[in-house]
Design a protein around this ligand. Sequence first.
Ligand SMILES: [Zn+2]
Ligand SMILES: [Zn+2]
Length: 512
Amino acid sequence: MPILLVFALIAACLPVEWPQPPFAPERETAFALTVGAVTLVLALALALRTWVIRTLRRDPTRRYEVARAYNWWRRALFFVNIGMVAACVLVFGWGWLAQRELLIFWNKSAQLAPFAELAVPLPYFVVLVGCWLIYYDAERALYRVLHLGDRPYWSRSSYLLHNSRQFALMVMLPVALIVTQQTLNRYAPETTRTVVYKVVSLAVVPCMILFMPLVMKPLLGLKSMPAGPTRDRFEALARRLDFRCSDFLVWNTHGASVNAFITGLLPRVRYVVFTDRILDDLPPEELDAVFGHEVGHAKHGHIWLYAGFLTLSLSVLAALVLFLAKYIDAATSDDMVRLRTWLEGFKTWLALPPVALVTAYLFVVFGALSRRCERQADLFGSKTMSCADPCCTGHDAKTVYPPGGECLCPTGLRTFARALDRVRELNGMDHDSGGRPLRRVLRSVWGWLRAWQHGPMSRRISYLLDVHNRLADEPRFQKRLFVFKCALMLMLLVALLALGEAVGWKDLFDAL
Ligand SMILES: [Zn+2]
Ligand SMILES: [Zn+2]
């Protein structure tokens, strides 16, 4: 759940006056309670690791049960870790201690040292690295019993490097941007008020999306796909679909991940990335279908759509927060004055609700958009493997695939559904059925939360099988999705225009 983590870390780095610890002596209490909390969650991780290793040593036949239990507990402990660190910052006084101890003198006043806000979520970073070190042994033990005869498991240092690279890209990059901005606000306030600075900081998000592929390649250690039959097939397929990208990349995860993705807005800085395991474990026609899915994202303009949607949405949310603040400030009725006095009691805490608003908005609205686009890409992946005969019963070496991926046939749909099913199986994702009712409900809630961007695999597969039985549904879906996208963007644009007029464009520009 990187998104939850990103916003939790951003919230921790905001200039909120975190509360003091519950009792004196404050410094010692805050330190002792935080160290205690970190030790406790690390002890839980250690207990899980020891249980996995001992159980597998005693009875290797329980490997599937152990793998399931391990996955469940690791997920649960992820939330326990976040909760515990939140308690350190909010209740045990860690946030207060970090802000107090890291002051320096600057321009005759005490200021928080540059980037010192990162010390507030420091307990989380300690827990995270500690967990990587602890879980390594459990994952290696599981790998050995689940993948008999496969390649050897990676070393502890490359496992650490792999996890830190992913964490740096997905979580720390946005957090670092916010922290840099806050540091500039403290140490170069005149610069941050200039128009040039405003324009540059507004351009950071689109530039990041544009140049992300160039950052991603060295950061994740991605390598160009070597020449060979797979690369030849992808190149031929790209020609047939009239798709351009600068390279096909391989992500070496030592078999840990079965995945593929596309990154980059423009063909010149666009990569299609495959993990080692998906290249090894998927049969050629299913791999082609997965490649087709990624091409579908580019063909349907999803990356541009996401960039536009995010830029518009963040501007609208900023305008909305500004509008509410101005409205409450200007109001004269008794109720509003009472509300204002009540809110003033929270002072610096008011930095937090906008972060929660953005998180919830992305989760709900971007989630809804993204799940629909994934479905559209699934259909494009099926079209990639389709012939021109809507009643076909199977393909062979003589089958002709029309250029551009414009036809949809039952065999193409079945191929893509099979690819999804295999990816689900290889990733060890749960099927929805079985278990007691409460467990089933919890599992499907978790499934939705985890799959907020893509939708649960079982849903995606059953949708493709529905279309397989009624091919006429596909054009209707495309039309409905087109209307949905237009309506969404139009609504955002209207909201931005209305709010911009209401709060004044200059104020909005300053607030961004
Ligand atoms: Zn996708
Ligand atoms: Zn066909």
